[in-house]
Write a new protein. Structure first.
Length: 583
């Protein structure tokens, strides 16, 4: 009986705290912005309140209420103060929030720090004990996941109940839900109750199930990564470095490998994998530095081409962190005896390191906007053309550092094209969108494209003035793309001219050109006499529409990695993607 009473009290307490959290968040999001005029104070209250209740509900159960409240208050206060500090990089708080990196760093710092706090509150120096840390982290994940699922079920029951009562003309539930705080109250109450029940049944709702499921994927990822590495010498590296999304894929794969390896070694040797899975885990740990290193190189090559931006700073930091993780794992395996224990310790230190990096991201030490501006100003000083500088981003997205950077760029009076640069800065400041700025940038008439667009296959040629009848937009985009450079020094444009359809009276052509860093535009053209006529974009055989290509496809064509294949008419085959001109 006493046990049932304690269970009821625990459930009621957490449900009440969840309800209070829901009401508080409703007040913070709905009332505070209308009552408080200082935007940074609103940010402090909303972000701080959200962080406090998120951390508190994660700690409650394993940690008693008074200590959980104190810990949640201290951790959320430290995090939100860093967030507010970072907001002073911008004149307007709204502009600061538009750059999601800062909010993500704020959330990441809290999420990774909570298991350390939970372990430290459960035992003295518990934050040093990897077993406690591992259990705390995975338990929080499972508790929140199960509780959120319970919230979804509660809402499903409420909606079904409302629909059922509506059949007999009773709409009391609908009227209650129309009261602003009620949805927040109900969600918070359900979340608190769900967390209480999951903690109460912790012996049955165990993270071990999720860990076991993830372990099954480890050999699969090992096979895929092995095939990828074996294919690299045959495929070459140009495809990895032609687009920014390749770096994101490599980082994601490395993170997946790190997660699976962590589940394999578990909290201690008693729970770790055995048999052939040990070998698979070691092999994956040895191979993971390959995609991690390639991710760093891919990001760095984009930086070398276009300079730093906050996105690239974030990607570079993420890639370096993943690479350090991967190298620590590989070194632990190569040292053989005790490799799993060393790997667990690497996890603990790397987690602490990433918390520090997230905190530094919100401090002046790792100011992504300032670093990006310094990079773009240095590029301007070296004579980079105005259309290759991030002028619009500096004007509208990089806060006070961006404005100061534009002033420094305008002071470069020694540049021969200073007047063009001044106009470009003014256009960037006046343009409401980046698209509008890029559309109006460098808008003079293009006299000729003769000899500018590389032609393939080798030996292909076009009559002089063949491009002259294309639209001004197409010629301008081709001209600008050819002025860009891809990895290896290649221009970001190419045209394949051949008789794709031998039954037609004139040759056809497919033009590929990189209109931006990650997009490739394609044109189908007919060579009618001495002029090229555009017919839209090329399509895939069989009517499957226009494919998506990375800028690396342009490199493949320029370096000869393509085929003209008859199926039944000639198609342009680039790495398995087949293109035919529009009819």
């Amino acid at each position: 009986m006493a046990e049932q009473t304690n269970s009821a009290v625990a459930r009621g307490s957490l449900a009440l705290i969840g309800a209070m959290a829901g009401l508080s968040l409703w007040a913070l999001y709905d009332l505070v912005p209308d009552m408080v005029t200082n935007a940074r104070l609103v940010l402090f209250l909303v972000a701080g309140g959200s962080a406090f209740f998120g951390v508190l509900l994660a700690l409650l159960g394993p940690v008693r209420l008074p200590r959980a409240v104190l810990a949640a208050g201290v951790l959320s206060l430290l995090a939100v103060l860093l967030l507010i500090w970072a907001s002073f990089r911008y004149d307007l708080t709204e502009s600061f929030l538009d750059t999601e990196h800062h909010v993500l760093a704020f959330i990441y710092m809290l999420v990774i720090a909570v298991p350390f706090v939970a372990a430290g509150l459960q035992e003295q120096d518990g934050w040093r004990d990897y077993r406690l840390l591992f259990d705390a982290a995975w338990t929080i994940v499972v508790r929140y996941a199960a509780a959120l699922l319970f919230v979804a079920v509660v809402w499903g029951v409420v909606m079904l109940s409302d629909s059922l009562l509506g059949l007999v003309g009773i709409n009391i539930i609908d009227r209650l839900l129309d009261i602003d705080p009620v949805p927040f109250l109900l969600s918070g109450l359900a979340l608190g109750l769900g967390l209480a029940i999951v903690h109460e049944l912790s012996e049955f709702v165990s993270p071990f199930l999720i860990i076991q499921l993830l372990r099954v994927l480890l050999p699969v990822l090992l096979v895929v990564l092995s095939i990828f590495i074996l294919a690299l010498p045959m495929r070459g590296l140009s495809g990895l470095f032609g687009g920014f999304s390749a770096a994101a894929t490599l980082i994601a794969v490395s993170c997946a490998a790190i997660t699976l390896i962590t589940t394999a070694v578990h909290r201690d040797d008693d729970q770790a994998v055995v048999g052939h899975m040990v070998t698979a885990t070691k092999l994956l740990a040895i191979l993971t530095p390959v995609p991690a290193m390639l991710a760093v190189v891919a990001v760095w090559m984009r930086v070398a081409q276009y300079g730093l931006t906050p996105d690239r700073v974030a990607a570079l930091v993420a890639a370096v962190v993943v690479l350090v993780y991967a190298l620590a794992y590989a070194v632990a395996v190569f040292r053989r005896a005790g490799w799993a224990a060393r790997l667990r310790q690497a996890n603990r230190w790397m987690a602490l390191g990433t918390i520090l990096i997230a905190a530094l991201w919100l401090s002046p030490v790792l100011n992504a906007e300032r670093l990006s501006v310094s990079s773009q100003v240095a590029r301007a000083e070296s004579g980079v053309a105005p259309d290759q500088l991030a002028l619009w981003e500096m004007s509208h997205e990089w806060g006070r550092a961006g404005s100061a950077g534009l002033v420094r760029i305008l002071e470069l009076t020694q540049r021969e094209d200073h007047e063009i640069l001044v106009k470009a800065v003014a256009d960037a400041q006046n343009a409401k969108t980046r698209w509008a700025f890029e559309r109006g940038m460098n808008n003079p008439q293009i006299e000729t494209l003769n000899g500018i667009v590389p032609l393939r296959p080798e030996g292909a040629s076009l009559p002089p003035g063949a491009f002259d009848q294309l639209s001004e937009r197409d010629r301008r985009q081709l001209h600008q793309a050819c002025a860009r450079t891809l990895p290896g020094g290649h221009p970001a444009c190419v045209m394949v001219v051949t008789e794709f359809d031998p039954l037609r009276a004139h040759p056809q052509a497919i033009a590929l050109f990189s209109a931006s860093e990650d997009r490739v535009r394609m044109l189908s053209l007919d060579l009618r006499g001495d002029i090229l006529v555009a017919r839209g974009g090329p399509v895939q055989p069989g009517g499957s529409g226009m494919p998506l290509l990375e800028p690396s496809a342009i490199i493949d064509v320029l370096e000869g990695r393509f085929e003209i294949t008859p199926v039944p008419r000639n198609v342009l085959d680039i790495g398995g993607i087949r293109l035919v001109p529009q009819n």
